[in-house]
Design a protein around this ligand. Structure first.
Ligand code: TXA
Ligand code: MG
Length: 329
């Protein structure tokens, strides 16, 4: 899409859903809420619309995108489900789980959206607005998170507007999202492999599988010829301000991203303090993570000191995003 485009922002009602579906059909770009983060959608079957997503986000490379569909039946048009994939889809869709699967022979998703891979990432979102748009549109919608490349993912329409006004056709405002980190990505080939921790805790998936999942090796996303998760660039989630992890005290000129009720020495002199969850609730912390990083990033501190976050449940995804944020751009 051309910069300078007029961007319409509509509250998520029935009329807005119809406008969104028409816009997608015409090859436009529509930002919409999912339960994880806001997505920037285009018709998966139109190569030009898919290309416009990369341009609007300023994505430096053609990372493959997730195809969003309304249900498992629609997903089967796009990808081949083995027994494991079927089991996971039935257990967790609609919801914050993305499956990477072999494409079907007549997969309608544009080559550009899958970056030339034989596989496709696919998800059935649970958010009622995302569901309504997918049903009204009737096809697959590819959607990365609706932020400029390198920014943290948007959890409100306000974040989306800050990044993408003038770059997309339409923003559907469905209020703040309720998960707050991106979907968990699992590849199902010979066996299930965790490509990205996310909004569905690993433990829930492993309970259904009946065994532990392998995690993709840390460096597999960077420079392999056919990377398994090409978009897992280390710096994907970085704010501008340096991020310091596992902080047990606050230094001069630092802002504090706190967790739980334990006091941290130096908090009184912090430039700003935001607590992901006073009560130590990891689900609540996930919903606040990206918004608080954006807010603290704007405070002009030397660094954002982040208290340790437990590594279970949504903590694995939170720690993954924080580690990327700490690596800088
Ligand atoms: O929650 C989410 O997943 C959000 C909402 C909008 O659905 N979307 C999202 O998309 O986070 P994005 O583009 O920011 O991240 C998609 C990830 C990238 O890391 C990409 O490399 C990976 O999915 N991916 C896509 N297709 C793949 C494939 N065929 N094989 C391996 N990884 C793939
Ligand atoms: Mg993203």
């Amino acid at each position: 899409m051309k910069v300078g485009l007029k961007t319409q922002i509509l509250p998520a009602d029935e009329a807005a859903v119809a406008v969104a579906a028409r816009c997608l059909r015409e090859g436009g770009l529509v930002a919409f809420p999912t339960e994880t983060v806001y997505g920037l959608g285009a018709d998966a079957a139109q190569a030009a619309a898919v290309a416009a997503i990369y341009e609007a986000k300023g994505r430096p490379s053609f990372n493959p995108l997730i195809a969003h569909v309304a249900d498992l039946k629609a997903a089967r048009q796009i990808a081949r489900f083995d027994a494991t994939a079927t089991e996971l889809a039935e257990a967790f869709w609609p919801g914050p789980l993305t499956l990477v699967l072999p494409k079907t022979a007549h997969c309608p998703v544009a080559e550009l959206a899958t970056a030339g891979l034989d596989t496709v990432a696919i998800r059935v979102p649970a958010h009622p607005v995302a569901q309504s748009i997918l049903r009204a549109f009737g096809g697959a919608v590819v959607a990365p998170s609706a932020n400029l490349s390198g920014h943290v993912s948007p959890t409100t329409a306000f974040h989306v507007a800050g990044d993408l006004t003038g770059r997309v056709d339409l923003i559907i405002d469905g209020g703040p999202v309720n998960v707050g980190v991106e979907s968990t990505i699992v590849a199902c080939f010979d066996q299930a492999m965790l490509l990205r921790p996310g909004g569905l805790p690993r433990e829930a998936i492993e309970r259904v599988l009946g065994h532990a999942m392998q995690r993709l090796p840390e460096d597999a996303g960077s420079d392999n010829a056919q990377p398994l998760a090409p978009g897992m660039l280390a710096s994907h989630y970085a704010p501008r301000t340096p991020v310091r992890l596992n902080a047990t005290e606050v230094g001069d000129g630092e802002a504090l991203l706190a967790f739980g009720s334990d006091p941290v020495p130096g908090t009184d002199k912090a430039l700003a303090v935001m607590n992901l969850s006073d009560s130590g609730d990891l689900n609540e912390a996930a919903t606040h993570l990206f918004g608080y990083l954006r807010t603290l990033d704007a405070k002009g501190s030397h660094a954002i000191a982040v208290m340790p976050i437990p590594h279970h449940g949504l903590g694995e995804a939170i720690n993954d995003r924080l580690r990327r944020a700490a690596m800088g751009r």
